[in-house]
Write a protein that binds this ligand. Structure first.
Ligand SMILES: Cc1cc2nc3c(=O)[nH]c(=O)nc-3n(C[C@H](O)[C@H](O)[C@H](O)COP(=O)(O)OP(=O)(O)OC[C@H]3O[C@@H](n4cnc5c(N)ncnc54)[C@H](O)[C@@H]3O)c2cc1C
Length: 398
């Protein structure tokens, strides 16, 4: 090691939800006795996806592995206080209002039924509901154009992801993880390009690494480019509008996934709705401009159609967040690069990284400590699938 350089066994680039989860699962595992450094360029996390998330968790995926990843997420949330090993930690409540996917076509009814069978086989509580059943449970919906719904109220709904994130950060510091507030601007490898050796920071500092983890969120492709690897991840805008209803519903609103592409759910005494832009393209890293027309012309009309009681609404808060969008197949890319064996990806979560953070933190920590996944085999999410053009198929993408 060159004089003046710091060296850590594990260097994690990006200290938001995923980077913090990996650090916590490592540092709290008694089989790990190395050193960890998290390098984070913005410790306010103002623009990180983590701070702009809707913080929901679901079991309703079409791929078994995604269901199992979220089942572990729910188990972690339920047992948070015990697992974090701190008497002053809070219990994290999972508000099980469930996701209600509405279908207006016979084709998607068939897909719903196939997925329900798989989810139920894994222990999820998903049930397919007829329009009459939906109306009976939730009289406020207009079901005139609905063929069926898919709903699950077991381990599915909202959880306080911000509190989980805060505790991971707090415990990481207490347990000895070093956090450097700086930006990684370059990565050196050995001559054979088979190992990442060190990272260069914008301050001029150099940090040497045993293992290097890319947890850079929307900027993950930039980080991979520093090591000569093309990663199909880019920032894409997503809009969230919190609104007050003059005629509020008298029961919690499930996270309703409308056939129009708009989603809406209860948010305390308010509601929160969102949707992707019609032209869903790559945006600049710093482009957080809100499109108010989308509320006026797309979201509000869709809400009024589906829930006629939402005839008088007032937006009380709104924001833009970026998905770290995986262009290839909209799912996480996890594990080591096939040639640069100590460079580990934890990227491309698109819209489901918050709920996946416990399983990903545990899985990546196992890879680092034991050289293999133990709790849940996450290898189908390996980077190799991108090189081999074998997408990880997941039909339920929001
Ligand atoms: C509107 C919206 C709603 C969402 N809703 C949900 C939901 O309901 N459920 C769910 O599970 N997920 C949801 N997500 C997705 C979820 O928020 C993300 O997948 C998750 O937060 C990703 O965490 P991350 O740590 O990978 O990335 P980020 O939170 O983006 O963090 C990456 C960090 O890396 C840092 N960084 C980047 N480059 C460098 C560098 N060169 N040097 C140092 N630091 C660097 C950044 O500053 C940043 O802090 C939503 C996302 C959005 C935008």
């Amino acid at each position: 090691m060159a004089p003046g350089n710091e060296k850590y066994d594990v260097v994690i680039i990006g200290g938001a939800m995923i980077g913090s989860a990996i650090a916590w699962f490592l540092i709290s595992n008694e089989d790990f006795n190395g050193t960890i450094c998290v390098i984070e360029k913005d410790l306010t996390f103002e623009f990180a996806s983590t701070s702009r998330s809707n913080s929901c968790i679901r079991q309703q995926y079409s791929n078994e592995l995604n269901v199992q990843i979220s089942q572990y997420g729910a188990e972690f949330i339920r047992n948070f206080k015990k697992l974090i090993q701190d008497d002053s930690a809070p219990n994290i409540i999972l508000q099980n209002f469930g996701y209600l996917y509405l279908s207006s076509s016979k084709d998607s009814e068939k897909v719903f039924m196939e997925d329900q069978a798989m989810q139920a086989g894994l222990g999820a509580g998903t049930r397919i509901m007829s329009p009459a059943e939906i109306k009976s449970d939730y009289p406020f919906y207009n079901v005139s154009d609905v063929v069926c719904g898919s709903h699950n109220t077991l381990n599915e709904g909202y959880f306080d992801g911000a509190t989980v994130f805060n505790w991971w950060q707090k415990k990481n510091k207490q347990l000895g993880v070093t956090v450097i507030n700086d930006e990684v601007i370059g990565i050196d490898t050995n001559e054979q390009r088979s190992l990442a050796k060190r990272v260069h920071l914008s301050s001029g500092k150099i940090v040497e690494c045993g293992v290097l983890v890319n947890a850079g969120g929307t900027r993950a492709a930039n980080i991979s480019r520093m090591i000569g690897v093309v990663l199909p991840v880019e920032p894409r805008r997503r809009y969230s509008f919190v609104f007050d209803a003059a005629n509020p519903l008298d029961q919690p609103l499930p996270l309703t996934i409308d056939p129009s592409g708009v989603h809406v759910r209860s948010d305390g005494k308010y509601y929160v709705a969102g949707c992707p832009p019609d032209d869903d393209l790559r945006v600049d890293y710093d482009d957080f401009e809100l499109d108010y027309d989308i509320w006026e012309n797309k979201i509000w009309p869709a809400l009024f159609h589906r829930i006629p009681q939402f005839d008088s609404l007032k937006v009380v808060n709104s924001w833009v967040g970026h998905y770290s969008y995986n262009l290839f197949d909209q799912n996480a890319i996890l594990g080591p690069h096939p040639k640069i064996a100590n460079f580990i990806f934890a990227n491309g979560f698109s819209g489901h990284g918050l709920q996946q953070s416990p399983a990903v933190g545990r899985g990546i920590s196992e890879l680092i400590i034991y050289g293999e996944y133990r709790g849940l085999d996450l290898s189908p999410l390996h980077f190799n699938r991108v090189i081999e053009n074998k997408p990880f198929i997941e039909r339920a993408i929001i």
